[in-house]
Design a protein around this ligand. Structure first.
Ligand SMILES: [Mg+2]
Length: 462
């Protein structure tokens, strides 16, 4: 047993199964014989790697890494997912709300962190489901975000891109908040800006006031910022990704995410027009369309690793009840609605998805389980004052006795605060009100290794 595993055994504090499968006996003496007596079909159908029917969806931040630091049990957990040749033996995808990278860069980063070869086809970024909105590929889209936004948009299929920097170069007089940056004449190399036909919001930009100004200007003028503001309504289509209000980086408290930026945009639009901003697409977790897209990726990965029968059970492993748990539970409800209907069912957050062009035939998930990982904080011995945050309530400090591991202090947070009287609602506007049951995990574990261990035992897989 390696040192990480020994550490892991100390770290686990408890495991709660809220909706154990009826045939499942959760104790150390569990045996295939007992299972076969309870449900022989299930036992023989699930034993052995070639007959397993489950796939995994992993959140990244707070489950596998904290900032740029890999969490201690993650590499050992992933060793259980691969065979002796280093190939995945369980269909696995990574579902993150990050949006400022290309998928292959995230796959390279994951491969390095986990010591497992991850392919870009296993990575679902916040913006990945936008490839389903092909009716916008030939439209002139104004893109907001940071990082290689033009490249990301092109990779998704969008062909006519204008960036906020292009707008500022062509119309600098519209950007007035920072007095020191005020310009009245356009850059001599400024591109000619065609009429904008839609907005593409990838993630939080660097200069919020600049992006907010140009986005509102474009909406108010129906795509021609040199025209008269008419506040036409319905306004231009808006495709937005990543609605996280806050996210965890290395800082000692949560940081503003793209959800905070969208909140500003919604509030400004309402103030200046008196009307509600409408999203044609709002993708990334917890949107069902992100899980729909993730399921297609899981089924695809299953074929790729030699599993030719349908994957019927999905486990989504995450640390945030507002996104990972809520999102998987929403998808579970979507599947129930779809199963009970002969029509194609629209998804919340995907008004603009053209259902007539999607057959949904490749989707076979019947059982969806959300797995809450109670986060750990790893910090250096020299800075123990950087104590941990509650990833679920997002701003509660918890002080616990740490374990020392090499040169680090590791805290098991027990992040879910049962004593909390009032949980602030951080879910995006379009997903409110949230039913409390949709934020309840199916399974709660102490770390990602325990998540894998629990799932393998439930599925009788080793
Ligand atoms: Mg997370």
């Amino acid at each position: 047993m390696c040192s990480n595993i020994r550490l892991y055994s100390k770290l686990i504090n408890h495991c709660t199964l809220l909706d154990s499968l009826p045939f499942y006996s959760y104790n150390a003496a569990f045996s295939g014989y007992q299972a076969s007596k309870l449900n022989p079909t299930r036992f023989f159908a699930t034993q052995g790697r070639n007959f397993q029917r489950f796939g995994l969806l992993f959140d990244i931040d707070g489950v596998l890494v904290r900032g740029k630091k890999i969490l201690p049990t993650a590499p050992d957990a992933f060793q259980r997912l691969i065979d002796s040749a280093g190939k995945f033996r369980v269909p696995t995808v990574f579902v993150t709300n990050a949006g400022n990278k290309l998928r292959h860069h995230k796959a390279e980063q994951l491969s390095e962190w986990l010591n497992v070869e991850v392919h870009e086809d296993q990575v679902v970024m916040a913006h990945s489901p936008l490839k389903l909105f092909d009716q916008f590929f030939e439209k002139q889209m104004l893109v907001s975000g940071q990082g290689p936004v033009r490249e990301i948009a092109n990779n998704l299929g969008f062909t006519k891109i204008t960036t906020i920097d292009d707008m500022r170069a062509a119309y600098p007089q519209l950007d007035c908040v920072d007095h020191k940056r005020r310009l009245v004449k356009p850059d001599s190399n400024a591109p000619v800006i065609p009429r904008i036909e839609g907005l593409l919001l990838f993630g939080e930009p660097v200069r919020w006031e600049t992006s907010l100004q140009y986005l509102i200007d474009v909406l108010m003028t129906n795509g021609n910022v040199m025209g008269t503001p008419t506040s036409s309504y319905p306004h231009l289509p808006i495709l937005a990704c990543n609605m996280d209000l806050q996210w965890m980086a290395e800082a000692n408290m949560p940081r503003f995410g793209h959800g905070a930026f969208l909140l500003c945009l919604e509030a400004l639009f309402k103030k200046v027009t008196g009307k509600d901003l409408i999203y044609t697409a709002l993708v990334g977790k917890p949107s069902e369309i992100t899980y729909y897209h993730s399921e297609t990726m899981v089924q695809h990965h299953a074929r790729k690793i030699g599993i030719n029968h349908p994957i019927t059970t999905l486990y989504a492993i995450g640390d945030n009840i507002h996104t990972d748990i809520f999102g998987m539970n929403l998808y579970k409800e979507y599947l129930l609605r779809r199963r009970g209907s002969t029509k194609k069912i629209a998804m919340q957050g995907a008004r603009g998805l053209d259902l007539s062009t999607h057959d949904f035939k490749g989707l076979t998930a019947e059982n969806c389980y959300s797995v809450l990982v109670k986060s750990q904080l790893v910090c250096s011995i020299e800075m123990p004052q950087m104590l941990l945050l509650n990833f679920q309530s997002e701003c509660t400090l918890i002080f616990l006795e740490p374990y020392q591991f090499q040169d680090q202090l590791i805290y098991v947070t027990g992040v879910y605060n049962e004593n909390e009287k009032h949980v602030l609602e951080h879910s995006p506007r379009d997903f409110l009100p949230v039913e409390a049951k949709l934020q309840e995990p199916s399974i709660t574990v102490g770390c990602v290794y325990e998540a894998i261990d629990t799932i393998f035992r439930r599925e009788n897989f080793s």
